[in-house]
Ligand binder design. Structure first.
Ligand code: PLP
Length: 437
């Protein structure tokens, strides 16, 4: 990345996320070139909901795939048109759907007949994409999200055997299909195989459901190294292989769409942090940083993410010749889970050194444990052409919902609609995370 990262660390402190918007544009250009001509592309906001990152993709004609009221707000704030949003994900509540519809969203991915009737119960016409869970997994996929028992979508065998349950409910009609077989598929052959399998399966379901769909979302799985250096994988040749498969499987005139989060924005991000201490303990070396799983890699506790090994940033002086062996890289949280890597060899580091974790533009801050222990979130700095164009900090805050007496609580519970009684956090618009500029 071209941003002056040493200066950014000096001005905004560490830890600090730096997002290079030029990289987002480059990733978008490469991905759209690799997809079949005329297809649409959704940006998966979960990868990075920063409005400045989303704004670049909205400006380039991307649509947005969102999964919550907070992501709807983030997408709209970024400048995506409501008509370009797809609300997807398991466990969508009627309130979340109502929130989306009230803001002009008209496309919802549904996972079951019940989900379809929830979408159709708001007095507004809704075009739904029916999410299909394939009956067989694809060999070679890392994180398999389909072809196995899954909360995502409806099993293909269920849809094929009882298509009448999946056509329409209330004001919702199934206007197309949504498939998403898996994420971060680095092997080009596996990537093609799963997209081709999705197209063929979609064709089979379309024939059972009829009539012609207006859109088939074939998912994605476009890979990107996570929190380690490495280039964005090339997708050259994908369109030429996919186009004939799609043409054979689906009716002409069907809009084909794809989704991507990490491939579009993973490469734009760098997390800069500082070494607080290098400390020996019983023969091992602990490198303690001012960042940890509350800022990056919070999902690694669920074994979804590989270890994170930051790279020293030589600022003002050349890299030192020594090495540190058998290191444990930890953060400032008082839990042994706050460990990015264990048993690694590092270049010699000292307290005060600046280190960087590359390729952290996706699944960074908001995929981490930002509330745990109450450390401030890192600043997030947007850079374009080597110039800082925005700097802000996410903040967790408490929203006062009023009334503290027991009687007020009872009154409030009695007045609340059934769907919102799970608690204040479940209410649309109740998201308590806000950015402070
Ligand atoms: C339905 C769906 N779409 C898109 C994505 C984004 O995945 P990625 O960031 O790997 O492109 C995910 C991630 O899990 C997903 O579940």
């Amino acid at each position: 990345m071209t941003a002056p990262i040493g200066e950014i660390a000096a001005v905004y402190g560490t830890p600090v996320y730096v997002y290079d918007l030029g990289d987002v544009r480059a990733a978008h250009a490469a991905l759209t070139r690799a997809l079949p001509a005329g297809s649409a592309l959704y940006y998966s906001v979960k990868a990075n909901p920063h409005p400045g990152v989303g704004a670049v993709l909205a400006g380039l004609g991307c649509r947005a795939e969102v999964a919550s009221t907070g992501e709807i707000d983030a997408a709209l704030r970024a400048g995506f048109a409501p008509a370009d949003l797809l609300l997807a994900g398991p466990g969508k509540t009627a309130d979340t759907m109502a929130y989306a519809l009230a803001r002009g969203v008209r496309r919802i991915s549904v996972d079951s007949p019940e989900d379809l009737s929830r979408a159709g119960g708001h007095g507004t016409d809704v075009d739904c994409l029916l999410r299909i869970n394939a009956d067989r997994p694809i060999v070679g996929m890392g994180l398999t999200m389909t072809g196995t028992a899954s909360p995502f979508g409806a099993d293909a065998s269920w849809v094929l055997s009882r298509p009448e349950e999946f056509r329409a409910a209330g004001r919702a009609r199934v206007a197309g299909l949504h498939l998403y077989m898996g994420t971060n598929i680095a092997d080009p052959e596996t990537l093609f195989t799963q997209l081709a399998a999705s197209a063929r399966l979609a064709g089979e379901v379309v024939r059972a459901l009829g009539p012609s769909p207006s859109e088939v979302d074939l998912g994605g799985g476009f890979a990107m190294p996570y929190a380690r250096s490495g280039p964005r994988p090339s997708l050259t040749g994908l369109a030429a292989r996919l186009e004939p498969v799609i043409a054979a499987a689906l009716p002409g005139g069907t809009l084909i769409s794809f989704e991507s989060g990490r491939h579009l924005v993973g490469g734009c991000g760098t997390l800069l942090c500082r070494v607080l201490e290098v400390k020996p303990s019983k023969g091992r070396t602990f490198v303690i940083l001012d960042s940890g799983v509350h800022h990056l890699g919070g999902m690694s506790g669920l074994r979804r993410l590989p270890r994170v090994v930051p790279e020293p940033v030589p600022v003002g002086e050349a890299r030192r010749p020594g090495v540190l062996r058998d290191c444990v890289i930890t953060g400032p949280l008082c839990t042994p889970l706050d460990t990015w890597a264990d048993g690694v060899t590092l270049p010699e580091l000292r307290a005060g050194d600046l280190v960087a974790v590359p390729n952290t533009g996706a699944y960074g801050l908001t995929a981490s444990l930002i509330g745990f222990l109450g450390h401030p979130a890192p600043a997030e700095v947007l850079v374009d052409g080597g110039v800082v164009v925005s700097a802000s900090r996410l903040e967790l805050g408490r929203v006062d919902l009023g009334g503290s007496s027991e009687r007020a609580l009872h009154r409030r519970a009695a007045a609340a609609p059934e769907s919102s009684r799970a608690g204040p956090a479940a209410r649309p618009g109740g998201a308590a995370v806000r950015a402070r500029a």
